[in-house]
Design a protein around this ligand. Structure first.
Ligand code: HGY
Ligand code: MN
Ligand code: MN
Length: 407
C-alpha cells in the first residue's frame, strides 16, 4: 500500500496558496484571516474524506476515522498549519496533510483498523503572534491553563481567546487528553543533517529543551546632540552588549547549545533621540536542561553587570521553559521498523526545533518522522523538500499507522 504523491502534492501546494507571499513562502499567523482560511479548507478536506470533525476549546481541529473497535485507544497523527511570518510551505502543513493522505489511502484501499485514527491540526504551534509556542498542545498537556492561553496578547493587544472566537474556531470540546494510543508527527527537519548526510528519513529520538525570555532595558531618552557621552544612559548600547552576551553563551557552553535574539524593539527609534527603552527576545536551546538553566543564570549576571556599567535598568522575564523531550522508545522503534519494512535509509536524530510532539509526549507515547530540508533552510520562503523524500516519509507514516492502528 502506497500513498498517492500527486494527491499529497496537490494538497500541500493548494494550502500553500493561502497566505502565499511573493517570495514563495507563506504567512499564516495563528488566528489570522489566513489561518482561518487554511482551517476552513482543511475542515472541508477532512469532511470530504469522511472524517468526523470536532474542534476543542483551543481551536485544535480533529478529524476522526472510526476503527472497528470503538473502545480502542485513538491513534493521533498530524501537526500544525499556522506558520511564522514569511515562513515555508512545509513546516507543519506537511505533517497535517501527510496524515490526511494516509487516511485517504486507507479509504481508497477500504482498509479498516482496529484503533480509531484522528488527524489533528494544533493551534498556534509557532507562538510568534501569541507566545509561547505550542500553546494549544501545551494546554492539552496541562502545562498552560485555558485562561492563561486565552489571555495571551499580540503586539496589537488582541487577545487569543477573542481572536479564536472571531475566526469561529473556539470549539466546545475540552482541550484535555483523551484515550490516546500514540501520537505520530511527520515534519521537515528544518536543519542540515539529513540533507548533508544523504538520508531521506530521520527517526526522531527527542527535541532540545527550549527557554524563551523577554529582556526589557530602561535607559534615559535624551537629545542625541547636546547630551555629552558621559551623561548618557543609552538603552540600545546596553542591548547591543546583551545580544553579544547571548551569542557568547553558545560559544561558552558548546555542544548542542543554540542561542538567538530574534526580536529587538527600540523606543522611540528616531535618529536624533538616545534610545530610552529596548525590548528584546532571548531563545536558548540545549539537549541538557541543566545547561539551559546555567546559561540563563549566566545571562542574568551579565545583564546586571551591563546595567551597572551603562546606568540602565534591565529586567529578564523567563516566561517559557520546556525541558528536553525524549520520545517513547516503543514509538521510535515502530517508526524504525516502518523504515526497514519500506526499505528506506534513515538515521536517528534529535530535533532542534520545537513541535507539538514535545507536549503530546507528556500525554501519550509519541514519535516523529523527519524528511530532509534542502539547504537545511526553514522559517523562510526558501524552505523546500524533495517530493521523493516526502513520498518516502508519508509511506513510513502510513506503515507506522498500519502497524500501530492494527489494520
Ligand atoms: O520555535 C520552534 O522551534 C518552533 O518552530 N515553534
Ligand atoms: Mn513546525
Ligand atoms: Mn516552525
Amino acid at each position: 500500500m502506497q500513498i498517492q504523491l500527486d494527491r499529497l502534492q496537490h494538497s500541500v501546494l493548494t494550502l500553500a496558496q493561502i497566505g502565499a507571499t511573493p517570495e514563495g513562502g507563506v504567512s499564516r499567523l495563528a488566528l489570522s484571516d489566513a489561518d482561518k482560511e487554511g482551517r476552513d479548507l482543511l475542515v472541508r478536506w477532512m469532511r470530504a474524506t469522511g472524517l468526523e470533525v470536532t474542534i476543542d476549546t483551543m481551536g485544535n481541529i480533529f478529524g476522526r476515522r472510526h476503527g472497528t473497535d470503538q473502545d480502542a485507544a485513538i491513534l493521533l497523527i498530524g501537526s500544525h498549519i499556522d506558520s511564522v511570518k514569511e515562513g515555508g510551505k512545509f513546516d507543519g502543513a506537511l505533517g497535517v496533510l501527510s496524515a490526511l493522505e494516509v487516511v485517504r489511502t486507507l479509504n481508497d484501499q477500504q482498509r479498516q483498523t482496529r484503533h480509531p485514527i484522528e488527524v489533528v491540526a494544533f493551534t498556534n504551534e509557532e507562538g510568534v503572534r501569541f507566545p509561547p509556542a505550542m500553546l494549544a498542545s501545551g494546554v492539552m498537556a496541562g502545562h498552560f491553563t485555558l485562561d492563561y492561553a486565552y489571555s495571551r496578547t499580540d503586539t496589537q493587544g488582541k487577545r487569543f481567546g477573542e481572536e479564536l472566537a472571531r475566526i469561529g474556531y473556539r470549539g466546545s470540546r475540552p482541550c484535555t487528553p483523551r484515550h490516546f494510543h500514540a501520537y505520530i508527527e511527520m515534519h521537515v527537519e528544518q536543519g542540515p543533517v539529513l540533507i548533508t548526510e544523504g538520508y531521506p528519513i530521520g527517526v526522531v529520538e527527542g527535541v532540545l529543551g527550549i527557554s524563551w525570555s523577554t529582556i526589557t532595558i530602561l535607559g534615559e531618552r535624551d537629545h542625541a546632540g547636546p547630551t555629552p557621552m558621559a551623561m548618557r544612559h543609552d538603552a540600545l548600547v546596553a542591548a547591543a552588549q546583551i545580544v553579544l552576551a547571548v551569542r557568547n553563551l553558545a560559544t561558552t557552553f558548546g555542544g548542542d547549545m543554540v542561542t538567538t535574539v530574534g526580536t529587538l524593539d527600540v523606543e522611540p527609534n528616531m535618529i536624533n533621540v538616545i534610545p530610552g527603552r529596548v525590548v528584546l527576545s532571548v531563545n536558548i536551546r540545549d539537549w541538557y536542561d541543566e545547561k539551559i538553566r546555567q546559561a540563563l543564570t549566566m545571562l542574568k549576571e551579565e545583564a546586571a553587570r551591563i546595567a551597572k556599567t551603562e546606568g540602565v535598568h534591565i529586567e529578564v522575564d523567563n516566561y517559557w521553559h520546556i525541558a528536553p523531550t525524549h520520545f517513547s522508545p516503543e514509538i521510535v522503534a515502530a517508526v524504525e521498523r516502518s523504515c526497514q519494512k519500506r526499505g528506506c535509509q534513515y538515521r536517528k536524530i534529535v530535533s532542534g526545533a520545537g513541535h507539538d510532539a514535545n507536549y503530546l509526549n507528556h500525554v501519550t507515547r509519541t514519535g516523529m518522522i523527519f524528511v530532509p530540508s534542502i539547504g537545511g533552510k526553514s522559517h523562510c520562503p526558501e524552505e523546500n523538500t524533495a517530493w521523493e523524500d516526502i513520498e518516502k516519509g508519508a509511506n513510513v507514516l502510513l506503515q507506522t499507522v498500519l502497524d500501530l492502528a492494527e489494520a
